[in-house]
Design a protein around this ligand. Structure first.
Ligand code: NDP
Length: 461
């Protein structure tokens, strides 16, 4: 049986590969979704060797199905501010692919959220979740609501309204959302409370929950820690370690804070953080106390680095530019998509960077990725190196199902093991398909194969 694809009459006459044809179709069908097109371009561009070696994927139309979300839910979220004024935001859940498990992926609340951003994140999540070795499909959701500057009561009313629609589409065996940008413990708590109230069931429907109601130890730390563990695994292939390495980090939120913390624990020297107000340079390296102050700034006071840096000894604040100007051994982009472009990559490479370990999703532009791969530095794409967060969410789901909780040491040990497995899978897949040392190709191929095989086995659904 062969899957039939629709052909356009004006298709280019010289033969395109299977992946190129599907990519052309994605571009034609989604012209207003640049982030989504970028993510698909990156992935499909690296799958050629496996698609050529295994024709069954083309015969079963795996790519055509993989690029199309199984379901996209969009809904109105009305809520009132503290003055009683009505606001209406847009809510989304993109249920991308459930071939290997229930949809799993975070919720992002930010004014920049739109369908293109959530489709890119959902698409990436499919491969990331597959790489974790846990049985999780891919999804992503959120809203163009930004909790910054809103009171706790306003955030609660928003979360309650958001969940009043979302609850009917999710469930512990269907779709299990988690946090992402601007969705931390507070938001997950409000969302969980409303879900439980409507459904009248205490289940593991969300991850990133508070410890007293089913959360897992180490979940808040997991993405940043995992990013650093991945970098340590890459360095180990060269007989090197993180000890003494000078490191730049962008962002100062959840992922950035715990990446810095783990770097300090491993004897490295993190020197930068950034946020929407600018970036800071701490010449002598951050201490644990300094990182704790940043945690309080971001998690409790919800303030900006520009104010925080004022009068602090040894801390330079820069309103303009990006942390990538600082000469470092290792760089960890942990803020947002497309925050490191071709020029930044040139600067980092000129300054002798050895490792770029992405904590954020798609922080490097396609041009920057290309430069890192060509320079043959140790570069890990976010879908591999930031998978520790969702992996630990998977561990939270297991603990919820079994109604037990593991110690911090147990979870951290499992996280370390999972990051090593992800690293080794990506490394070996790249080697097997003639791309040794290319973690972009390795992560995409390893993540793809498991999902693709499941899709072939399950027929045309
Ligand atoms: P947070 O909201 O906790 O932190 C985001 C950080 O990025 C903040 O410091 C924020 O600054 C900064 N930032 C956001 N937009 C901009 C901008 N336009 N210019 C400069 N700085 C900006 O999010 P997370 O740490 O959770 O997520 C960071 C990245 O990691 C995202 O790409 C996310 O998808 C990815 N990720 C997160 C996981 C998790 O477990 N949390 C799991 C896997 C990936 P400010 O403080 O001013 O808002």
């Amino acid at each position: 049986m062969r899957f039939r694809r629709s052909r356009k009459p004006n298709q280019r006459s010289h033969p395109m590969t299977y992946a190129q044809k599907v990519l052309a179709d994605v571009k034609a069908k989604n012209p207003n979704e640049p982030e989504f097109i970028q993510a698909v371009t990156e992935v499909l561009g690296t799958l050629e060797p496996v698609l050529k070696a295994r024709k069954k994927y083309e015969d079963a139309g795996v790519l055509e199905r993989l690029v199309e979300p199984e379901r996209v839910i969009m809904f109105r979220v009305p809520w009132t501010d503290d003055a009683g004024k009505l606001h209406v935001n847009r809510g989304y859940r993109v249920q991308y692919n459930s071939a290997i498990g229930p949809y799993k992926g975070g919720l992002r609340f930010d004014s920049t959220v739109n369908l293109s951003v959530l489709k890119f994140l959902g698409f990436e999540q499919v491969f990331k979740n597959s790489l974790t070795t846990l049985p999780m499909g891919g999804g992503k959701g959120g809203s163009d609501f930004n909790p910054k500057g809103r009171s706790d009561a306003e955030v609660m009313r928003f979360c309650q309204s958001f969940m009043t629609e979302l609850y009917r589409h999710i469930g512990p065996d269907t779709d299990v959302p988690a946090g992402d940008m601007n969705v931390g413990g507070r938001e997950i708590g409000y969302l969980f409370g409303q879900y439980k109230r409507i459904v009248n069931e205490f289940t593991g429907v969300l991850t990133g929950k508070g410890l007293s109601f089913g959360g897992s130890l180490i979940r808040p730390e997991a993405t940043g820690y995992g990013d650093v563990y991945f970098a340590a695994n890459m360095l180990a292939t060269k007989g090197d370690t993180l000890e003494g390495k000078v490191c730049s980090i962008s962002g100062s939120g959840n992922v950035a804070q715990y990446a810095a913390q783990k770097l300090v624990q491993l004897g490295a020297k993190p020197v930068t953080f950034s946020d929407r107000s600018g970036w800071i340079f701490v010449k002598d390296g951050m201490s644990q106390d300094f990182i704790d102050e940043v945690k309080e700034l971001k998690q409790v006071k919800r303030g900006e680095l520009s104010e925080f840096a004022k009068g602090k000894k040894g801390v330079e604040f820069h309103k303009d530019g990006r942390p990538w100007a600082v000469p470092v051994d290792c760089a960890f982009p942990c803020a947002r998509q497309n925050e490191l472009d071709g020029k930044d990559a040139d600067t980092l490479l000129k300054n002798g960077v050895k490792v770029v370990g992405e904590g954020a999703n798609m922080p490097s532009t396609l041009e920057a990725v290309d430069k890192f791969v060509k320079a043959k530095i140790l570069y890990s794409p976010g879908k591999a190196s930031n998978a520790g967060g969702v992996a630990t969410s998977g561990l939270e789901m297991s603990q919820n199902s079994e109604r037990l909780s593991w110690s911090a040491a147990e979870v951290d040990e499992k996280l370390k093991g999972i990051m090593k497995a992800i690293h080794d899978n990506a490394y070996e897949a790249a080697k097997a398909f003639g791309k040794k040392g290319n973690y972009v190709a390795g992560a995409n191929i390893a993540g793809f194969v498991k999902v693709a095989d499941a899709m072939v086995a399950q027929g045309y659904v």
